[in-house]
Design a protein around this ligand. Structure first.
Ligand SMILES: Nc1ncnc2c1ncn2[C@@H]1O[C@H](COP(=O)(O)OP(=O)(O)O)[C@@H](O)[C@H]1O
Ligand SMILES: CC(C)(COP(=O)(O)O)[C@@H](O)C(=O)O
Length: 263
């Protein structure tokens, strides 16, 4: 059974009151992850996860499939790079769970699967809020209460220069203190019904305030701005995303209006 989950770009985030949640502004993008789940060969006690055909350690996906307690093999195909701020870990986990639930005839509700995916992401240290965005699609803004979803039919361009391990970023106390301070202030200042351009502009101020942009990121953002667009850095990866330009960054996708689904 196959399932798709959109990638998601987090523009701004901050830890929420409880350590296993985040508030933030993130957008689901049409480039995501497809998981093809089949019964694993009997000799495997643990779930098998492969990326592009190669068996790989992929902690959140393994943790999530183990929780369903099925002998599953998940073959993942990622349209976005893994580990670079597109929430590929969350998308892979959510897609694998949706597919496994159908493949093995389990009776989990959608809500339960999202919760299992969320717990696996938190335990692996690879994400906080991504799967909630990937479950719904659109631009999702959460500032403490119920996250709000906005429909946005917007092309998004991106370029990725390198990885930043989410697990290391979330464990960096100095960085997370700055993220808590700057992220909360940025989210509080967002208007109701923000455009993706507004969120992106505020995200760039946030990224610079927490001192994450590298030289390559700064150069790419400047290029987009020179072309009349708005760009920022994806949290957390050495990745630039942009709106309001065409053909400036090498990859082009669009906001994914819908959440993860069986194929
Ligand atoms: N090719 C790969 N590149 C990077 N990480 C990978 C790869 N294959 C599997 N992984 C696993 O994917 C996870 C990446 O998590 P994370 O840094 O949160 O990525 P993302 O920003 O895409 O969500 C880690 O658990 C890592 O071990
Ligand atoms: C920043 C991050 C904690 C994860 O980011 P990444 O896995 O790198 O997409 C956030 O998007 C989240 O899950 O709330």
């Amino acid at each position: 059974m196959r399932a798709f989950a959109p990638g998601s770009v987090t523009a701004v985030f901050a830890p929420a009151e409880t350590a296993d949640q985040s508030k933030g502004a993130s957008v689901a993008v049409a480039d995501g992850v497809v998981a093809d789940v089949t019964p694993a060969e009997r000799r495997h006690a643990d779930p098998v996860v492969a990326v592009g055909g190669e068996p790989t350690d992929f902690e959140p996906v393994e943790l999530a499939l183990r929780e369903l307690d099925v002998p599953a093999r998940a073959d993942l195909t990622a349209e976005v790079p893994i580990g670079r701020g597109f929430g590929a870990s969350g998308a892979a986990t959510l897609a694998a769970l949706l597919a496994a639930n159908a493949e093995f005839g389990l009776d989990y509700s959608r809500e339960q699967l999202v919760e299992v995916a969320h717990r696996a992401e938190v335990e692996a240290g690879t994400g906080l809020g991504d799967v909630f965005v990937q479950n719904r699609g659109g631009l999702v803004v959460g500032d403490g209460g119920d996250p709000r979803k906005y429909e946005r039919e917007t092309p998004v361009e991106y370029a990725s220069f390198g990885p930043i391990a989410t697990e290391e970023a979330l464990a960096d106390d100095d960085l997370m203190a700055a993220v808590a301070r700057e992220g909360s202030a940025t989210l509080d200042a967002l208007p109701d019904d923000p455009s993706l351009a507004r969120v992106t502009r505020d995200s760039w101020a946030f990224a610079q305030a927490v001192d994450l942009p590298t030289d390559e990121v700064r150069e790419a953002v400047a290029e987009v701005e020179a072309a009349g667009g708005v760009a920022s850095m994806a949290m957390v990866g050495e990745t630039v995303f942009a709106v309001g330009v065409e053909g400036v960054l090498p990859n082009r996708t669009e906001v994914c209006p819908d959440g993860a689904k069986l194929l």
